[in-house]
Design a protein around this ligand. Sequence first.
Ligand code: MG
Length: 338
Amino acid sequence: MEAGKVSAKRPPALASNEFELIARFCRHLKLSRRTILGPGDDCAIVEPSRWPSVTTIDSTVEGLHFKVDWGTPEQIGARSVLVNLSDIAAMGATPTHCVVNLAVRAGLSDKFLERLYDGLKGAVSDSSMDLVGGNITGADQLAITITVIGELRGQALRRGNARANDEIFVTGTLGDAALGWRILDGKLALAKGKNRNWLIARYLRPSPRIRPGQLLAQIKPAAAAIDVSDGLAQDLGHVLEKSNVGAEIEIDAIPVSRAYCSVSGPNRDLALTGGEDYELLFTIRPGCSQAALSKRLGLSVRRIGRITRRRGLRILHDGKPARIAADSLRGWDQLGDL
Ligand SMILES: [Mg+2]
């Protein structure tokens, strides 16, 4: 992981050169003992772990996931780390190291980039990871790509672990981030106040469920889990596909926040299909109550349905097939008989 690497394509319109920028960004980096050599050489060197290693990568791209005026540069930097951590949470793993590639377009000041990196470093240190390398390259739009490495100290929460009759649970509430995104994008007008702030914060500052994921990984047999990044229906579809099973979910059981209800009333379409919430969706063998699981995982979880032998995803309302707005069903084709 080359910390000081400079790509052939020069970042446009930056006052500092790339080496100066990387040196500035990496100032005051705190590294744990497990990092033998951090940024500044051709590669970082880290102590081997006694546990199996997990690796994930994700990009946050301007125009696709955010616009620069939606939040502070610090918020954009922090969010790019948090969405990566959510994948680590969905495996039941513990994050340990990360490396960052920053693709920079013309028109962004050094100060903006430094603040973005400050937010990124804050989120890295809050999660007890070491940032061990980085790269800066030129691009047509701002993009932050992060690889997170972690260790698996217990069972893996694989998508293929679901079995017929398992119960399906989700953490927290769903649909908030999708509404926050619509507010930020100017597609939804909502009066200033607590609800608006909450929905926007749910988009800008996701809470990766690292600790609940680790606690879930202690329950035997291992749960199937996925983080809800693309919407409950689509993400559950990935679990069903990997596990070769189907599911029934009760749409009214999907947990939503007070702020969500203030906008959508009883309609759960966006909670079913809106992404970016980064809550955990998991399936476990029957017999564990909602209250006991919430206590054990340290946050509120809700039972929303069960895994079936019959393939496909069935959305129910009071036990009968639910009517979902046609435009909510986009991208569901792979799920079979809806
Ligand atoms: Mg994921």
